[in-house]
Design a protein around this ligand. Sequence first.
Ligand SMILES: [Zn+2]
Length: 461
Amino acid sequence: MVFKLKDTQTGLHELNPIKDNTLKIYTCGPTVYNYISIGNLRTYIASDVLKKCLLYVGYKIEDVMNITDVGHLVTDSDTGEDKLDKKARSEGKSAYEIADFYTKYFYSSIDKVNVRLPQVISKATDNIDKQIEIIQILDKKGLVYKTDTGVYFDVSKIKDYEKLLGQDIDKQKIASREDVKIDTTKKNQADFRLWQTEYPNHEMQWDSPWGRGFPGWHIECAAIVNKFLGNHIDIHTGGYDLIFPHHFNEKLISESAFDSKFVNFWVHSGLLLVEGEKMSKSLENIYTIEDIESKGFDPLSLRYLFLTSHYSTKLNFTFSSLQSAQNALFRIYNFIKLNKSLFDKDKKVSLEYKNKFEEKIKNNVDSPGMIDVLWQVIKDKNLDTSSKITTILDFDRVLSLDLHKYLLTEEVPEDISNMLLERKEYRDNKEWNEADNLRIKIEDRGYIVIDLKDNTFVIEK
Ligand SMILES: [Zn+2]
């Protein structure tokens, strides 16, 4: 199988797992001091689609995501205050309460757009030991220095640092900017903080060999990747805005500490504009999924809209494009609703279209192409309706637009849904005979049991 995936820096390459058939994937999670916006959601949906594509074509995955609940600093030069701490003070709450509240909000938002949770989700505050351990490794190698404000990574110790920065990175970002506090204790302007001791009133503090303080942002992801996935991983995802300095510095930390290549593929999703503008507080155009719902949209219309453009491109969100996406999605739902009596659970997925769909997947996760294949299936005059439904339900393992819901019989009696739950347990435990007996019982009551790869439901006979 040739699966082509684009690495942000080096372009399209064939994906070959480091070990066996399993891909190790890390996603930069949210900084939980604010409501996540639809811009953030685009990034998580992109990672979700990528992972479901990999599963669809037969890979296994091990995936991890962090929750940044400390140490995300207010400026991108990695100096200044911690955003969480600042927010806690402004709201008169504890930093832990703030983190907890916005973490829950994050979970409920990604759930609404069918983003599957990674197998491991780990908080920065649960990994302080690992972060200290890595700083100690760097310290032993002579790559850090301590000042009155904290511990810094010394970029002048990195051979070819300038060359590593490459052409793509805007060097202006490293140089001083008006809104960035100049840190005069640094040796080089590009040095970044690994441990911060400057704020004695910061609520979240831990002891370390360099004094009481809290970690910087880049060390956090380096530590969580290393703890759960090891020195070298297959894929690292995140928004384009994390390319520099966050991912660049995360890589610098990891490769320096562990003398190993860090990531095979960096996969970054593109910028989301709103009605042609960058999202900003002053323009009041930072929308959440709740804002979308309150304007009468189904959250999955947003997922459909994002699927219709490639994850790596810049996308201009407008409410009229969301309306068109919703109209298209509802047409698919209607197609299933109108034809559900023709659905035959023994019909096979159309192989011709499945192959086409897989081609799109393996071509750098071409989601607009996948949506296009879905519509080709619906419009095909030579394919029978039942095969059409079976085929697009199969595609929905990747697209996750809840297509199966529209086959469901509304109001399934409680004892039937209980039997389904019980049967799921049997199936999970591979007790096939018991599961089969229950299926027969359910069918005797006048329902047909449909087992999809990730889902089971019933329809009336
Ligand atoms: Zn990160």
